[in-house]
Design a protein around this ligand. Structure first.
Ligand code: PMP
Length: 448
């Protein structure tokens, strides 16, 4: 029974396994953008299992690819070859810029981050890594080091050589840059200053320069890692040109640039297949997970042959990485994305969503609406002027009320006050109408 399962959850799982909602949902079934609980109640899943269900829960084409593979071969490890991994590697790398040709498959975003850091250090022969405050790159030892969100940090074994630069947050950051905030185009929160010479871009950039100058021996850096839009950190976008300038700086100091595309990859941001494309940069290493497998444990690191070569002849091993099942699923997901034009849907439905959300700006508690494609954040505040984060009780009440009305939203940000909307990319305008209607009803019920 439901009560028994809840009891077991409390007794048998680590207390750090913390389900959403006061009365946690018990989910039995998923179909495209819908989830069904133990009573058969239907929910519109506007969070996609944390940006992971990319083409839809139990997408029939992904199921049939998995079924076919399941009946043939599950596992070999990389000590034998199997055809699926080659076919998939070929398809995946064809989605990336020309020079990013080789892939190493792993099982999670954290593993991908670890490998990216290792590659940066081996290739550059330097040690120090710069990441951004408010970032999330995973929970394994290495990934936890570069993860900078304090809410997600443990007494970390990250060791020395990790530096967190100020994240260029144009809403909450100390150097906001009003022209970044007041960008006329609400779907593009990039700073309107094309040259990248605005306050925000320059000052945050200077901060990276200072780290190189004051904290890293001879300024020799191994690498820089950043999300293209900070995800767990609350859908935080960067001013235009910021990443481009940082990439140049890092490279001129001997380092490589790592794009964490775990959330922003695979068409999520609408205009581009990869989030880094919106910044006009070309990373040296790309990490990807979540949406790559539509919920199947699969992740990857893609880089140049030269950087991959730096692992040398040393044995580097991952038991499950690139296994036949994961490869079959990954390939099927890519095919579905192409056949169903999910990136375009992400762009169109995402634009419709951000437009629809604008009417919520009239509420004092709606501080900011931002994001691209189907990666949207609504930052809730007590006061528009001071931007003090909305009190937890109100945030929670709105969130739970949405759930009761059949709408699942994500929550995040350093202050836990950002609603995150990142559904499976098969959602349509009707789903958006429902989402905004329910969200508004919930806000109305609890607004002070
Ligand atoms: N990078 C980013 C941007 C993420 O959002 C996450 C997961 N939230 C990770 C890395 C780590 O992925 P995983 O949980 O699969 O280890």
């Amino acid at each position: 029974s439901f009560e028994m399962i809840r009891g077991t959850l409390k007794k048998k799982l680590f207390p750090s396994v913390t389900p959403y909602y006061k009365t946690p949902l018990l989910i039995h079934e998923g179909k495209m953008q819908w989830l069904f609980d133990h009573n058969g109640k239907r929910y519109l899943d506007m969070f996609g299992g944390i940006v992971t269900v990319s083409v839809g829960h139990c997408h029939p084409k992904v199921i049939s690819a998995l079924e076919e593979q399941m009946n043939n071969l599950w596992h070999t490890t990389s000590i034998y070859m199997h055809p699926m991994i080659y076919e998939y590697a070929d398809a995946l790398t064809s989605k990336l810029p020309e020079n990013l040709k080789v892939v190493y498959f792993v099982n999670s975003g954290s593993e991908a981050t670890d490998l990216a850091i290792l590659l940066a250090r081996l290739y550059s022969k330097n040690y120090d890594i710069i990441s951004l405050r408010n970032s999330y790159h995973g929970m394994s030892f290495g990934a936890m080091g570069v993860t900078a969100l304090s809410t997600w940090k443990h007494p970390s074994p990250a060791g020395p050589g990790i530096h967190h630069a100020m994240n260029p947050d144009v809403y909450r950051g100390i150097w906001g840059g009003s022209h970044c905030r007041d960008s006329p185009s609400q779907t593009d929160r990039h700073c309107s200053c094309e040259s990248g010479q605005c306050d925000a871009s320059v000052k945050y950039f200077d901060q990276v320069e200072e780290i190189l100058k004051y904290s890293i021996p001879k300024g020799k850096v191994a690498g820089f890692i950043a999300e293209s839009i900070q995800g767990v950190g609350g859908t935080v976008q960067f001013p235009k040109e910021y990443l481009k300038k940082v990439y140049n700086l890092i490279r001129s100091n001997g380092g490589v640039c790592i794009a964490d595309e775990v959330q922003t990859g695979f068409g999520r941001t609408g205009d581009h297949f990869w989030g880094f494309e919106m910044h006009g940069v070309q990373p040296d290493i790309v990490t990807m997970a979540k949406g790559i497998g539509n919920g199947f444990p699969l992740a990857a690191v893609v880089t140049t042959p030269e950087i991959a070569q730096s692992l040398g002849q040393a044995l580097h091993f991952n038991t499950f990485g690139g296994n036949p099942l994961a490869s079959a699923v990954g390939l099927a997901v890519l095919n579905v994305m192409e056949e169903e034009n999910t990136q375009l849907n992400s762009k169109n439905v995402g634009t419709y969503l951000i437009d629809k959300l604008q009417k919520l700006r009239k509420y004092e508690c709606v501080g900011d609406i931002r994001g691209k494609g189907l990666m949207i954040g609504v930052e809730m505040v007590n006061n528009k002027e001071t931007r003090e984060p909305l009190s937890r009780e109100y945030f929670q009440a709105i969130w739970e009320n949405c759930k009761d009305m059949g709408l699942l939203l994500g929550a995040g940000g350093l202050h836990g006050n950002v609603f995150r909307i990142k559904p499976p990319m098969c959602v349509n305008n009707n789903d958006i109408n429902f989402t905004v209607e329910v969200f508004e009803t919930a806000i109305e019920s609890f607004v002070k």
